[in-house]
Design a protein around this ligand. Structure first.
Ligand SMILES: [Zn+2]
Ligand SMILES: [Zn+2]
Ligand SMILES: [Zn+2]
Ligand SMILES: [Zn+2]
Ligand SMILES: [Zn+2]
Length: 443
């Protein structure tokens, strides 16, 4: 396999906050080794005095903010001021708390600081926080106000406990070790095998050790699934809705709303070519303003194909366009795509009203942007709730023919903590839901 160094290098993701882990080094609580809590805010913990000292300069403003707010209402900590079992108000409370805090401290909180608000050590059942809490000592990711509330949640939590542990281990790995770029399997199909029931058909799940610990191979499997989920989602959509594309000579694919992560380890996109033996070339065009810092002096990435592909005169080209899709369409080298993929689209997160033009500037013009000649738009969403809202947004502005909107069998297998707990689940996955539409209008 050709080495792909484009956009990589030593890359670390931002630190995360887990109430059970040292805020500095992420060392985990275990039975017999519980972290020491900051006695002022009672929200963050440290493995040692040394790490607490080291973090003080950075932590003190937020610490004071949290501690003062709690003292003013004579509560145990900032979060014990909240009293409602209702998930919607629990969501609003934490969201507004971040906004208010950023305004009052006139700063932008780091990811870990925001996570102090998003994932506090509050009861999983009733959202309350107090001095004595009953933690799940398997994952140290959920906690309860009483044994009774812990009991009530046993069944629901059983299905989530290991996913939460995996989320913690993966987050820590990426912030302390580095962004994981696992080797992409290099097998090349000799004949077209079609899609499959799910992603584990392509990358079988590793053996799970009997002691239930998370092994390195399990972690690597998570990261790998995350990297090839995009290519497999394309394969799956094609296979189901445009089978004729699977033997088209040259495929033109636009990855829109693209970000750094999608162009990291570009060779992952070659995985699609390896599943399509009749295809001779794929052109991938990554388009999105977020790519701004990734493209220097118009230099486009040059990633050679693997040896078997090169020997068979097959090729892949990649181009990056740090601009909005509407602008890209005006460029000379624009060619109508066979497929458009928007990963974790989040369409509904864009404000949609007269005063802001976020949505209209970015996406509302979609029907004019997607070619009418049978091109497909495939977009994915993190959760079922988002998928529904994303589709509603597209339907509000575009006359589309809906082909599918459901759970994506090619989703990533890496769990990520969900502070909104969509459908009462504690985690979500990249590309978890996928929607495929076709445009009706003949504008
Ligand atoms: Zn530490
Ligand atoms: Zn503190
Ligand atoms: Zn409770
Ligand atoms: Zn647990
Ligand atoms: Zn190849």
């Amino acid at each position: 396999m050709a080495e792909d160094n484009f956009g990589s290098g030593e890359l670390y993701s931002a630190s995360h906050y887990y109430w059970s882990c040292c805020y500095v080094c992420s060392r985990k609580s275990s039975q017999g080794n519980v972290m020491k809590r900051c006695s002022r805010c009672r929200c963050v913990s440290y493995c040692s005095q040394e790490h607490q000292k080291q973090n003080w300069k950075e932590h003190k403003h937020l610490c004071k903010y949290l501690a003062t707010a709690a003292a003013n209402v004579e509560q145990f900590n900032f979060f014990s001021g909240f009293d409602s079992k209702e998930m919607e108000s629990w969501k609003t409370f934490r969201m507004n708390a971040i906004k208010t805090c950023e305004i009052l401290l006139s700063t932008t909180l780091t990811l870990a600081e925001k996570e102090i608000f998003l994932f506090p050590r509050a009861c999983r059942t009733c959202n309350s926080t107090q001095e004595t809490m009953y933690d799940c000592t398997e994952c140290y990711c959920v906690s309860y106000c009483s044994q009774q509330h812990k009991q009530e949640d046993t069944d629901q939590h059983k299905s989530m406990c290991r996913n939460l542990r995996l989320a913690l281990v993966a987050d820590t790995y990426e912030s302390k070790v580095r962004i994981s770029l696992p080797a992409i399997p290099s097998n090349v199909d000799k004949k077209y095998m079609g899609s499959a029931p799910d992603i584990t058909h392509f990358i079988p799940e590793p053996f799970r050790s009997s002691n239930n610990e998370i092994s390195k191979s399990e972690l690597d499997h998570c990261f790998l699934s995350c990297h090839i989920s995009g290519a497999l989602t394309l394969l799956h959509a094609m296979d189901k809705f445009r089978p004729e594309l699977t033997n088209k000579k040259n495929l033109n694919i636009h990855i829109v709303g693209a970000n750094m992560y999608e162009i990291l380890g570009l060779i992952k996109w070659e995985y699609l070519l390896h599943r399509l033996p009749e295809v001779e070339s794929i052109g991938y065009h990554f388009v999105g303003p977020d790519l701004e810092n990734s493209v220097e002096d118009e230099n486009q990435p040059c990633v050679p194909c693997c040896d078997p592909c090169t020997d068979n005169n097959r090729s892949i080209s990649y181009s990056l366009h740090p601009t909005k899709y509407g602008e890209f369409k005006k460029q000379d080298d624009y060619e109508a795509p066979d497929l458009i993929l928007v990963q974790n689209a989040g369409f509904s997160e864009y404000a949609d009203n007269e005063e802001t033009i976020e949505w209209t500037e970015g996406w509302a013009d979609l029907p004019n942007l997607v070619p009418q000649t049978g091109g497909l738009l495939v977009f994915t969403s993190y959760t079922g709730g988002e998928a529904k809202k994303d589709l509603e947004r597209v339907q509000k502005y575009c006359d589309v023919n809906l082909l599918v909107s459901e759970e994506n069998p090619m989703r990533s297998l890496r769990p990520c903590r969900d502070w909104e707990r969509d459908l009462n689940k504690d985690v979500f996955y990249s590309n978890q839901y996928y929607t495929v539409v076709q445009f009706n209008s003949d504008k």
